[in-house]
Design a protein around this ligand. Structure first.
Ligand code: ASP
Ligand code: MG
Length: 441
């Protein structure tokens, strides 16, 4: 069994959906996970915001805005009147559902139900197309088997339910299902957070003991630097699970950071492929990727807030850091980078919804300084610790910039540098020329 996942752009037009069908029909058995048509989930979020703001009229207008796009999509994708009718009926049902909520008491449960509609639509359209083409495929509802508790997938339960669902379709070897959506411990519709379809694919891969999980998107793999800001980047052939997790977390937009976890549990390779350029090798994330290449990729993440807590109480004392960490735990805010000296600790967060309360509590412990609009630039590779020249080359490359923090040695494959966001592009380019122009590659 293989698991393929296609992102929003890959299903974003009739032409692209047809290309997806070319990639999935035939060959080995597959479970195909689809995202919502690109832009759809953002619009659904907008609709919920309108309901929360008490503006039902706006919510209804946003629902109507879907029409031209989906009308075109359906008309171009499906040729037979009966399948067009089915698709149009589906959309009418969805529009009616999306407009059916009332602003009074609009709740997060209803919000999640709305967020789920994008994947329900895209998978149904794909299935209608495959049926029209005479392909023997089955649409399997993710809500029947993707089960979470406290936001975490219940692997045993999913494995059992998925096997049951698959067994209902004897003789079928192509299954279409929704990414992102799931049911939670209260039997409510829930989701795996934005971008979660990749995670779905990996969870299904682990639960179906897949040979490989393939994430098909609109770029030919994970690049050795951010192609949006740096020229001449190229796809990295092979990454370890840990390297890929660091890169995804620290800004490589191509992959949801949690995707590697389920695959890693079962040693299943995750291959990143380009829907529009299927012949490109892409990137493999997997168990046999410990190459000696010291630097494999550079990524950056914006929206970082740096906090420094200074206190003479820290000097030769213990327990101080525990108190600091407790505050972040109280507000369920993860810390990304941390550096300490004897009298101060600097750390970064990117979840800022409780920033003011966190700062108020920290001020009880010492003097607090805050820097917003920071970026973490992260250099990832296996040999960063063994090859001691790399860290000096990284800092030398950035010596014209205002480096605020450096984290090195936390893991064997990562150097993280905190800089003001306005310098991010420059930093990525400086590191690119320094690290990839010599014998390192
Ligand atoms: N449709 C969801 C989103 O836009 C999930 C996904 O695409 O991965 O976040
Ligand atoms: Mg995505």
């Amino acid at each position: 069994m293989l698991v393929y996942k296609f992102g929003g752009t890959s299903v974003g037009s009739a032409e692209n959906m047809i290309q997806v069908s070319n990639l999935i029909v035939g060959g080995e058995s597959k479970i195909v996970v689809l995202s919502a048509v690109s832009g759809t989930t953002n619009s659904l979020v907008g609709i919920c915001d309108a309901y929360f703001a008490g503006d039902k009229q706006l919510a209804e207008k946003l629902v109507e805005d879907f029409r031209p796009k989906y009308d075109k999509h359906i008309f171009e994708l499906l040729q037979e009147q009966s399948s067009r009718d089915q698709a149009n009926d589906l959309m009418e049902e969805k529009y009616a559902l999306l407009k059916s909520f009332s602003v009074e008491g609009f709740s997060e449960i209803e919000e999640r139900q709305i967020h789920a509609q994008g994947e329900l639509i895209s998978t149904k359209l794909m299935q209608l197309y495959l049926e029209e083409q005479g392909v023997n495929s089955a649409l399997i509802p993710a809500l029947d088997f993707m089960r979470t508790e406290n936001g975490e997938p219940l692997y045993d339960e999913i494995e059992k339910r998925l096997a049951e669902v698959l067994a209902q379709h004897k003789g079928v070897d192509l299954f279409i299902t929704q990414g992102y959506i799931c049911t939670n411990e209260f039997e409510q519709v829930d989701n795996l957070k934005r971008g979660g379809s990749d995670y779905t694919a990996s969870i299904i891969g682990a639960c179906a003991n897949a040979k490989e999980v393939q994430i098909w998107t609109d770029i030919d793999g994970m690049h050795n630097n951010d192609p949006r800001f740096v020229e001449g980047t190229k796809a990295v052939e092979c990454l370890t699970y840990d390297e890929a997790a660091e890169l995804a977390y620290f800004g490589a937009k191509i992959l949801h950071p949690l995707t590697v976890l389920p695959a890693k549990k079962k040693n299943i390779p995750v291959r990143l492929k380009n829907t529009m350029q299927p012949e490109a090798l892409g990137t493999v994330i997997g168990p046999n990727c410990d190459t000696s290449l010291p630097v494999k990729s550079i990524a950056a993440k914006n929206g970082i807030v740096a906090i420094k807590i200074r206190s003479s109480r820290m000097l030769m004392a213990y327990g101080f850091l525990k108190n600091v960490f407790q505050i972040f735990e109280d507000y369920q805010t993860p810390i990304d980078m941390i550096t300490t000296s004897e009298v101060a600790v600097s750390l970064t967060i990117d979840k800022t919804d409780n920033l003011q309360s966190i700062l108020a509590d920290l001020r009880e412990l010492g003097q607090v300084e805050v820097d917003e609009d920071q970026s973490i630039v992260c250099v990832v590779g296996q040999g960063l610790i063994e090859d001691s020249t790399i860290v000096s080359r990284v800092t030398t490359a950035l010596n014209s910039l205002k480096v605020r923090m450096i984290s090195y040695g936390g893991s064997a494959n990562n150097i993280s540098i905190l800089i003001p966001s306005e310098n991010k592009n420059e930093a990525l380019n400086l590191l690119h020329s320094e690290l990839y122009t010599t014998s390192l590659v």
